[in-house]
Design a protein around this ligand. Structure first.
Ligand code: ADP
Length: 486
C-alpha cells in the first residue's frame, strides 16, 4: 500500500453504522484508486439500500437523546472533533491527496478548513434563539421555538472530500440532528477518517453514520425515500441534484442543494491588471479546476484583452503538473482518466470551432488523468466552454466591450453560484454586483470561501446557504407555541 501514515488507524475501510465498523451485508468491496498513479489504495465496504436503512434506523434511534443534550454539551464534543482533525491534519492530507489527487498543500488547507466548520457551528448551535411574538389577543401568548429537523442524510462529492461533509455535519450535529453520510466512491477514505475521529471525540453511537458503495443510487434511493430521513443535503452536479429533489419530494423532505456553477471572472479595463491575472489564475487552477466556484469563463474588456492574455498565459505556463505528494507541484491529476478525456473533449470542440490555444491544450506527458493547464482565446458564447462547467484546468478567455454586455454574458447561463469582477471603479463594482444573478460575488477577490460566509447559489446552482450564521437555519424547524386561556 502506497500510504504511510503516522496513525495508520485513520485508514478505515468499513462502513460505520450505529457506532460499529461493519462489512457490507454481502461482503463486497469497491476499489479506491490513486488518480496520480492508478494504484489501488484500499478496498472499501460496498453498501447498498439495506445498510443505508440500518444507518437511518440507528440515526433515528439516537436522535432524541442527542437533541436532549444541551447545546454546550454538543459543542464540547464537536470542539474535540475539530481539535482531533487539526491534530491529525498531516495524515488526513496524505489520505486526501492519494485518493483525490489535489496537491498536498491544498489537501492540508482543506483539512483545516473542514475543521473550521465544526468549530464555527459548535458555537452557532449555542445561539439558536426563538422568539416571543407580540400577541394578537390578551388571553394568549405566542412563542416560536426552534428544534432540530431530525435525521439528516448528506450526499457529498469527491472534489472536497472533507469540507463538504463537515459543512453539513457541523450544523446538523450542533443543533441536535443525527447524521448519515454518503461520500463519493472516489474519496471515501477521507470521510471514513473523519468518522474515526468523530468516534474518538466521543460522538455517541448512531449520531454519525457512514455508508458508501459502488452504486450511489442504491443508497440514494433509500436516503431519499425513507420517511425517517427528514432532510437531504447534497453537494454535487445539477442533474443529480434534480434527481434527488424529485425523489425527496415523495416524502416532502427539507433539502439543501449546492449544485454546479459556471463562474465568470469579469475584468474591466479600469482594473488592477496584475491583481486580476493573479486572482483569475488562482480561481481557475485550484484543485486542478475541479471546484464549483472555479473561474469557468474569463470575460475581459476588449481594450485590455491582449495584455491580459499575455500576462495570464505567462503565469499558467509556469505551473508544474505532477503527483500532488511531490514538492513544487501546482496542479495534480484530475479525479480519473474519464474526467480528463471529457475536459479535453471540450477543448477539442472549441478548437474545431475556431478557438486558439495560447497555453497547453493537450493531455500532459505524464498521461493518465493529467492535463496540461490550458488557456484558450478566440472563444465565443456558442461553445461548450462557455455553456458548460469545465471542471478541469482550462481557461477560456472571452471578450466584451461594455458593462452591459459583460452583465449579459455573465447572466447567460442556467447557473448562478459564484462570480468575480475586477474594477477600480466603486460605482461599477456595485452596479455589476447587483446586476448579476449569482449567490456570491467576489469584487477584486477570488478567495471568497470560509466558514463565516453564506455559501450558495441561485437559479440551477442550488437551494439554501451553508456556513455563516445562516447555515444552521436549514437544519432547524420553527415550532409555534400558542398559550391560550391566560
Ligand atoms: P460529480 O460530477 O462531482 O461526480 P455527482 O453529482 O455525480 O457529481 O456526484 C456527487 C455525489 O452524488 C456523489 O456522492 C455521488 O456518488 C452521488 N450520486 C450520484 N448519483 C446519485 C444517485 N442517483 N443517487 C444518490 N447519489 C448519487
Amino acid at each position: 500500500m502506497a500510504l504511510t501514515l503516522k496513525d495508520p488507524s485513520l485508514l478505515a475501510t468499513k462502513a460505520y453504522i450505529n457506532g460499529e465498523w461493519v462489512d457490507s451485508d454481502d461482503g463486497s468491496t469497491f476499489d479506491v484508486l490513486n488518480p496520480a498513479t492508478g494504484e489501488l489504495i484500499a478496498k472499501v465496504a460496498s453498501c447498498g439500500g439495506a445498510e443505508a436503512r440500518r444507518a437511518i434506523e440507528a440515526a433515528n434511534a439516537a436522535q432524541p437523546a442527542w437533541a436532549k443534550r444541551t447545546a454546550k454539551e454538543r459543542a464540547d464534543i464537536l470542539h474535540r472533533w475539530a481539535d482531533l482533525i487539526v491534530e491529525n491534519a498531516d495524515d488526513l492530507a496524505v489520505i486526501m491527496t492519494v485518493e483525490q489527487g489535489k496537491i498536498l498543500a491544498e489537501a492540508k488547507g482543506e483539512v483545516v478548513y473542514s475543521a473550521s466548520f465544526i468549530t464555527w457551528f459548535a458555537e452557532e448551535g449555542r445561539r439558536v434563539y426563538g422568539d416571543v411574538i407580540p400577541t394578537n389577543a390578551n388571553d394568549r401568548r405566542l412563542i416560536a421555538i426552534k428544534q432540530p429537523v431530525g435525521v439528516v442524510a448528506a450526499i457529498t462529492p469527491w472534489n472536497f472530500p472533507a469540507a463538504m461533509l463537515t459543512r453539513k455535519a457541523g450544523p446538523a450535529l450542533a443543533v441536535g440532528c443525527t447524521f448519515i453520510m454518503k461520500p463519493a466512491k472516489e474519496t471515501p477514505l477521507s470521510a471514513n477518517a473523519l468518522c474515526v475521529l468523530a468516534e474518538r471525540a466521543g460522538i455517541p453511537k448512531g449520531v454519525v453514520n457512514l455508508v458508501c458503495g459502488s452504486s450511489a443510487s442504491a443508497i440514494g434511493n433509500e436516503l431519499t425515500g425513507n420517511p425517517l430521513v427528514r432532510k437531504v443535503t447534497f453537494t454535487g452536479s445539477t442533474p443529480v441534484g434534480k434527481l434527488l429533489l424529485a425523489q425527496s419530494a415523495q416524502t416532502v423532505k427539507k433539502v439543501s442543494m449546492e449544485l454546479g456553477g459556471n463562474a465568470p471572472v469579469i475584468v474591466f479595463d479600469d482594473a488592477d491588471l496584475d491583481r486580476a491575472v493573479a486572482g483569475a489564475a488562482a480561481a481557475k487552477y485550484r484543485n486542478a479546476g475541479q471546484t464549483c466556484i472555479c473561474a469557468n469563463r474569463i470575460l475581459v474588456q476588449d481594450t485590455i484583452y491582449d495584455a491580459f492574455v499575455e500576462k495570464f498565459s505567462k503565469v499558467v505556463a509556469g505551473y508544474k503538473v505532477g503527483n500532488g505528494l511531490e514538492k513544487g507541484i501546482h496542479i495534480g491529476p484530475l479525479i480519473h482518466e474519464k474526467a480528463a478525456a471529457d475536459v479535453i473533449g471540450m477543448v477539442d470542440d472549441a478548437v474545431k470551432d475556431g478557438a486558439k490555444v495560447a497555453v497547453g491544450g493537450k493531455r500532459h506527458a505524464l498521461g493518465g488523468a493529467f492535463l496540461e493547464p490550458t488557456v484558450l482565446t478566440d472563444v465565443n458564447p456558442s461553445m461548450r466552454v462557455f455553456r458548460e462547467e469545465i471542471f478541469g484546468p482550462v481557461a477560456p478567455v472571452f471578450k466584451f466591450s461594455s458593462e452591459e454586455e459583460a452583465i449579459r454574458m455573465a447572466n447567460d447561463t442556467e447557473f448562478g453560484l459564484a462570480a468575480y469582477l475586477y474594477t477600480g471603479n466603486m460605482g461599477r463594482a456595485f452596479r455589476v454586483s447587483e446586476g448579476i444573478e449569482y449567490g456570491m460575488v467576489g469584487i477584486n477577490e477570488t478567495a471568497i470561501s470560509s466558514e463565516v460566509i453564506p455559501f450558495g447559489g441561485v437559479k440551477e446552482s442550488g437551494l439554501g446557504r451553508e456556513g455563516s450564521k445562516y447555515g444552521v437555519d436549514d437544519y432547524l424547524e420553527i415550532k409555534l407555541l400558542c398559550l391560550g386561556g391566560l
